[in-house]
Write a protein that binds this ligand. Structure first.
Ligand SMILES: *Cc1c(COP(=O)(O)O)cnc(C)c1O
Length: 363
């Protein structure tokens, strides 16, 4: 079965180099927050074109640290999409703040600025915009809205590392960018890892303090922090992979272009491209008629092609995060979306198998 994503394929391409840096770290005697982490933080910041990057334990923690660095907590409302990974909302709850769900744009599946504006209340403190599937949200409209209303704009770039819009990298446009290096993400570690990126030195310093119990230089907690450190092994592996990130993203774009050409005459929706945006296709998500989706997926599986649904239930409909709000676009599209295999290392033969699976369904 060809999977939707295969982090093993990327690891295998870099096998000997990764083993060599792992060996170096094992011998170094530094295992958490050492020279590898510092070097990765500098290299990642310079890759993004931003002054500061701070490593942490996961993408979820990156969001928690970003919210905490801006003093967002009990009594505060944070506007979020519901059509996203659960982590976006879990992070808001972990800070004690209240998520307020906004709807998405039907073409791009990212936050609809009008819906966000309608969600604003006197308690609103921040917006978390998710650049879903590698696609840029309408981030400039949200920057404007956030400035007008004095809100913090947090970019959830877990699925969009290396993506951009109008020549700027995502994660550098709002107040703070949050990244996940979960193994399947476009820049994947071999375990949990994450980072935040920001222009403001004071914010970076605060995040560094919060990720380690709120300690100052003397290891005295000046505020309550958490433990969310990046370890040396993951940082060393990420440094190896960061050098190949742009190439890996180009491979994704080429695969996406092949799918677009192959499917252009079929009755399926292809990912929309926002003007000026560089989409890096963390996921390639099709839209099919909801009445046919199950048979579409069964047909592909019978041909050895695995598909996924990202995501099957909008977060505001999950028992753990239930809300009575109605989000027509988010609720409609979850019935129609299907993710098909796309990842660096997917061979032409495998991609042809996916294409023929999709085409024969409509033949
Ligand atoms: C993966 C992901 C996260 C969380 O990252 P973890 O490293 O798994 O904690 C947050 N937001 C989005 C949109 C994600 O896809």
């Amino acid at each position: 079965m060809i999977p939707c994503a295969l982090p093993l394929a990327q690891y295998q391409l870099l096998d000997s180099e990764i083993k060599s840096v792992i060996h170096d770290v094992l011998q170094s005697g530094h295992y958490i927050l050492g020279p590898q982490v510092e070097a990765f933080e500098q290299e990642f910041a310079s890759y993004l074109g931003i002054s500061h990057a701070v490593g942490c334990g996961s993408g979820t923690d990156a969001l928690v640290l970003a919210l905490r660095a801006y003093n967002i907590g009990y009594g505060d409302e944070v506007i979020v999409p519901s059509h996203t990974a659960t982590a976006t909302i879990a992070a808001v709850i972990m800070c004690g703040a209240t998520p307020v769900f906004a709807d998405i744009e039907p073409d791009f599946f990212t936050l609809n600025p009008e819906s966000v504006e309608a969600c604003c209340s006197p308690r609103t403190k921040a917006i978390i915009v998710v650049h879903l599937y590698g696609q840029s949200a309408d981030v400039d409209s949200l920057v404007l809205l956030a400035r007008t209303k004095s809100l913090v704009l947090i970019e959830d770039c877990a699925q969009a590392v290396g993506s951009g819009i109008d020549g700027r990298k995502l994660g550098t446009i709002g107040d703070i960018g949050c990244f996940s290096f979960f193994p399947t993400k476009n820049l994947g570690a071999l375990g949990d890892a994450g980072a935040v990126a920001c222009h403001d030195e004071a914010v970076a310093t605060r995040v560094k303090r919060l990720r380690q119990y709120g300690w100052d230089q003397r290891r005295v907690s000046v505020e309550p922090g958490i433990n969310s450190r990046l370890d040396e092994l993951q940082a060393a592996i990420l440094r190896v992979k960061l050098l190949r990130l742009d190439n890996a993203n180009v491979a994704r774009v080429l695969q996406a272009d092949r799918y677009r050409t192959a499917f252009k005459d079929l009755p399926i929706g292809l990912p929309s491209l926002r003007n000026g945006a560089l989409h890096t296709y963390h996921l390639f998500v099709l839209r099919v008629n909801y009445a046919e989706r199950d048979s579409f997926m069964t047909h592909l599986a019978s041909g050895g092609v695995g598909c996924g649904i990202h995501y099957p239930v909008p977060v505001h409909k999950m028992p753990g995060f239930l809300s009575s709000v109605s989000l027509p676009v988010s609720e409609a599209i979850v019935k129609e979306i299907v993710s098909i295999p796309l990842f660096p290392g997917l061979s032409i033969d495998q991609q042809d198998k996916v294409i023929s699976g999709v085409s024969t369904f409509y033949a």
